[in-house]
Design a protein around this ligand. Structure first.
Ligand code: FDA
Length: 304
């Protein structure tokens, strides 16, 4: 069976994207996980999610931007998204990646870009979530987040339970009074910085979840893992945290049954809705999380 490590390696090999894109009929396959190519496709998908009682967060696909022009174009795109959310009345916020907004070019430039988005979100009473990327960016991401949060508040961060350092980071972010989205982590990380065994990652997730729930801040638990979700529900109940004092989050197209079930039970559920043309690394990370998805891709190609 093709392994997680190989798929994560391939997610950085852009020649494979060109090869896959050249296969007739391939282009519709990423649509299982991606709402479409443009902002209007994403708004359409979010309206449908809202109709089902689900909230959303926009992700304009893109990462590791190398030019200021590209980063500024992404800022404009997100400013437009915030405006459209406001005009259309959809229940959604936005998720951003700092390398998309110039983190690898110049931290100060990136900070200015994030600040513009958070200010715009503030004007509309909305919210910006900063995704967490691989561990080489953790420190800088937290620095930019901390600076913006101290000045503008309408912003939250993502922390990953596979990192050894996250216990400390969770405490620090809670001390600042900010909102966390807890996920397991999607990148290939060495053992010096990250737990390698699923059981350890899961145990850490549960430990951090408890600290977060006890903080009384409105946090988010991003996972499709029923063990994590059930433990969160049980612990929230135990400490008397109400069902609307936190939210679950899942990815577009994954465990739609579970998303609906949680809504029916009175939980708040937000779906991460990616759109755009830069789908390749995101798509490959979704395959890596569940290598059985490779069979989904292959069987779709064979069925044509
Ligand atoms: P796990 O991988 O253990 O999977 C549990 C079960 O969920 C599987 O058995 C399967 O049933 C289902 N499942 C999981 N992934 C699937 C897939 N791709 N296809 C089909 N079924 C699947 N990561 C990161 O590093 N930085 C970030 O900023 C974010 N942001 C983020 C936002 C949101 C809303 C979510 C849900 C996730 C992220 N992630 C992320 C990704 C996260 O770190 C992690 O890689 C995935 O959520 C998969 O881990 P699970 O917690 O679902 O558990």
């Amino acid at each position: 069976m093709i392994s997680r490590t190989i798929l994560l390696y391939l997610s950085r090999q852009f020649w494979l994207k060109d090869l896959l894109s050249a296969i007739p009929g391939f282009s519709r396959i990423p649509r299982r996980f991606i709402a479409g190519e443009n902002i209007h496709d994403a708004i359409g998908a979010i309206k449908e999610l809202n109709r089902l009682g689900l909230m959303a967060t926009f992700d304009h696909l893109g990462e590791s931007t190398t030019s200021r022009e590209e980063a500024l174009a992404d800022v404009e795109e997100y400013l437009q998204v915030l405006k459209l959310i406001n005009e259309s009345g959809v229940e959604s916020n936005i998720s951003i990646k700092l390398t998309q907004l110039g983190l690898d070019i110049d931290e100060e430039f990136c900070y200015q870009n994030v600040r513009r988005l958070v200010d715009q979100a503030g004007r509309f009473g909305n919210f910006v979530r900063i995704d967490m990327e691989d561990s080489s960016r953790t420190e800088a991401t937290l620095r930019v987040f901390g600076r913006v949060f101290a000045e503008a508040r309408q912003v939250g961060i993502v922390l990953q339970s596979y990192l050894h350092r996250s216990a400390q980071d969770v405490e620090e972010v809670i001390r600042q009074g900010a909102r966390i989205r807890l996920c397991k982590g999607a990148y290939h990380e060495p053992e010096e910085v990250a737990f390698q065994e699923k059981e350890e990652v899961d145990q850490n997730y549960l430990r951090l979840m408890k600290i977060m729930l006890r903080s009384g801040i409105y946090h988010a638990f991003a996972t499709h893992d029923e063990r994590m979700i059930n433990a969160t529900r049980v612990y929230a109940e135990k400490i008397g945290a109400s069902r609307d004092s936190f939210e679950f989050q899942m990815l577009y197209g994954i465990r739609r049954d579970l998303q609906q079930q949680l809504v029916r039970e009175g939980y708040r559920v937000r779906v991460y809705v990616p759109y755009g043309r830069f789908w390749y690394p995101y798509f490959m990370r979704r395959l890596a999380e569940r290598p059985a998805n490779v069979w989904f891709v292959l069987s779709n190609l064979l069925r044509q």
